[in-house]
Design a protein around this ligand. Structure first.
Ligand code: 13P
Length: 247
């Protein structure tokens, strides 16, 4: 199994209006030659316009969540097929902001992942421990438990990635040390191989949490780090391009 192609994905979270498409265009224009796949995941209402704006570029567009059902009486929700129809090619699932803020359990994330697959989209499934869990020495158990519980067996043979995002590193400016990142990424890799056999070696394991141009090279070159899921720094073309150039 060859090493997975790196993926640098930007998670805009609940940020961005039509006027922000200029940043997306600037990212596409500045991309140049890169060995990485690059994606931007804007709010759902911007997916269609962003995918139109980026259609002649190599930048992929993704969603930030989808419902576990395909259609129905779920006021305010968005299905994976709707994201695909709007132009998305991938979806972030199980982000800690959804696990904590909307009580998404591993089981819900797994059901959402199945819906993503039914729509033909590529899931990026997020896992990560809280600071309390890390201090209690539970980081590896929590993260590998989330991997086992959130990834359905149907992912076998499908393109997907896992993003390790320590909750305490998101939006805080704090990052784990490189050995700490490597320890968790190796544990995720071992779990993926347990679950999916040899194919588990081909899954990109992204790191997320306060990635910026100044720390990107060290993080991206760490063992078993196959890319980054970037929040704040993906909102500014210059910063996001700086991260992509560090691959
Ligand atoms: P920051 O890069 O803003 O810390 O956010 C990380 C994240 O949550 C990406 O999904």
């Amino acid at each position: 199994m060859t090493k997975p192609q790196p993926l640098i994905a930007g998670n805009w979270k609940m940020n961005g209006l039509g006027a922000s498409l200029g940043e997306a265009r600037a990212i596409a224009a500045g991309l140049g030659a890169t060995s990485a796949r690059v994606a931007l995941c804007p709010p759902a209402v911007l997916i269609h316009r962003m995918s139109e704006a980026l259609k002649d570029s190599a930048v992929l567009v993704g969603g930030q969540d989808n419902h576990w059902d395909d259609t129905g009486a779920f006021t305010g929700d968005t299905s994976a097929a709707m994201l695909a129809d709007a132009g998305a090619g991938m979806v972030i699932l199980g982000h800690s902001e959804r696990r904590a803020g909307y009580r998404e359990t591993d089981d819900i994330v797994a059901r959402k992942t199945l819906a993503t697959l039914r729509a033909g989209l590529e899931p990026i499934v997020c896992v990560g421990e809280t600071l309390e869990q890390r201090k209690a020495g539970e980081a590896l158990a929590v993260v590998t438990g989330q991997v086992r519980g959130s990834l359905p067996a149907d992912l076998a043979g499908k393109a997907f990635s896992v993003a390790y995002e320590p909750v305490w590193a998101i939006g805080t400016g704090l990052t784990p040390t490189t050995p700490e990142i490597e320890e968790v990424h190796r544990a995720i890799r071992a779990t993926l191989v347990e679950m999916f056999g040899e194919a588990g070696k081909g899954v990109a394991i992204l790191y997320g949490g306060s990635v910026k141009p100044s720390n990107a090279a060290e993080i991206l070159h760490a063992d078993e780090v196959g890319g980054a899921l970037v929040g704040g720094a993906s909102l500014k073309a210059e910063d996001f391009l700086g991260i992509i150039r560090a691959v």
